[in-house]
Design a protein around this ligand. Structure first.
Ligand code: IPD
Ligand code: CA
Ligand code: CA
Length: 257
C-alpha cells in the first residue's frame, strides 16, 4: 500500500474516533479558557483531540513532524520532509456558543507541497477530502469542480475581523460588487462552501497554517486560487491574510482592490 493510501485509511479512522469523542463529551460540561483575547477561546476538547491525533501520528509515523494549533506538535522553522497540520476544532467560538458549525481538520504536506487534506463537518457528519491528482470527495463520493464564476455572479464569504475593522474597508467595497456576503466563523466550513460552489471567494484576515493547509489542497485540485492579500503564495509557517477564490473572481479581488 502506498504511503498516501496508508495515511488516508488511518486519517479516516482517526476522524471517526474524534467524532465519537466529541459525541461522548456532549453530556459533560466544557472547560473553556481564554487565549490571546476574550473571543479567542480554547476548550478541554480542543486540547484532548489534538493530543490524541498527535499521539496517533507519532506512533505510526515517527519521522514526520506536526504543526498543531494547541501546542502538542513541533516548533517548525521549515517544511522539509513530511509535515502534518492539525486544527482539532476549527470554529471553537461556534463550538462553545452554538454547539454546531465547527470542523476537524488534518492535512499532510511533503517538502512543502500539499498531498492530502481532510475537513470533517461534525454537525452534518460529512467528511470532505482531497488527494493531489486524485480529486475531491465528500464521504468518499467524487465531486466535480464548480463553475468558474466572477465576483458579480456569486456570494463572497469573509470573517468577522475583516467586516469589523476599518483597516480592511477596501474589502467591503469589493464585497459590495458580489451578490452578497456570507460568514460562518469556521475557515474549514467556508472552504466546504467553496467546494460546493455556494460561494465564489473566501477572504479572511489572520488565518493560521492549520486553517489554510487542508482547504488549499482541495481547492487547488478544483482550480481555485489561494494567495495572501498581495496576491503572493501563502506561507504555511506563519499567519496569512488569505484569499481563496475562483480564478475569475481572484483577478477581480486582487487586481482591482
Ligand atoms: C478560527 C476560525 C475563524 C477564523 C479565525 C480562525 P479556530 O479558527 O476558522 O473562522 O476567522 O481566523 O482562527 O480558532 O476556531 O480554530
Ligand atoms: Ca482554526
Ligand atoms: Ca482550532
Amino acid at each position: 500500500m502506498s504511503e498516501i493510501n496508508k495515511r488516508d485509511q488511518l486519517i479516516k479512522q482517526w476522524i471517526k474516533e474524534t467524532a465519537e469523542m466529541i459525541e461522548d463529551a456532549k453530556e459533560e460540561s466544557l472547560k473553556v479558557e481564554e487565549k490571546s483575547a476574550r473571543n479567542d477561546l480554547v476548550t478541554n476538547m480542543d486540547k484532548q483531540i489534538e493530543e490524541a491525533l498527535t499521539n496517533k501520528i507519532r506512533s505510526n509515523f515517527p519521522e514526520d513532524r506536526i504543526c498543531g494549533e494547541e501546542g502538542f506538535g513541533d516548533n517548525l522553522e521549515d517544511l522539509n520532509g513530511t509535515v502534518w497540520f492539525i486544527d482539532p476544532i476549527d470554529g471553537t467560538l461556534n463550538f462553545v456558543l452554538q454547539q454546531e458549525n465547527f470542523a476537524v481538520m488534518i492535512a499532510v504536506y511533503e517538502e512543502g507541497k500539499g498531498v492530502q487534506g481532510y475537513i470533517y463537518d461534525v454537525t452534518s457528519k460529512k467528511l470532505y477530502h482531497g488527494i493531489k491528482g486524485q480529486g475531491v470527495f465528500c464521504n468518499d463520493k467524487p465531486l466535480s469542480a464548480p463553475e468558474n464564476k466572477g465576483l458579480s455572479e456569486g456570494l463572497m464569504a469573509t470573517n468577522s475581523q475583516l467586516m469589523t475593522q476599518d483597516a480592511f474597508s477596501e474589502y467591503r467595497v469589493i464585497a459590495g460588487k458580489s451578490m452578497g456576503v456570507r460568514m460562518l466563523g469556521s475557515a474549514g466550513l467556508e472552504v466546504i462552501e467553496l467546494i460546493k460552489g455556494n460561494v465564489i471567494a473566501y477572504v479572511a484576515t489572520k488565518l493560521s497554517p492549520w486553517d489554510i493547509a487542508p482547504g488549499k489542497i482541495m481547492l487547488e485540485e478544483f482550480g481555485y486560487k489561494i494567495s495572501n492579500f498581495s496576491g503572493e503564495p501563502v506561507n504555511l509557517l506563519k499567519t496569512n491574510q488569505t484569499i481563496f477564490s475562483t480564478a475569475r473572481a481572484f483577478d477581480e479581488i486582487v487586481t482591482n482592490k
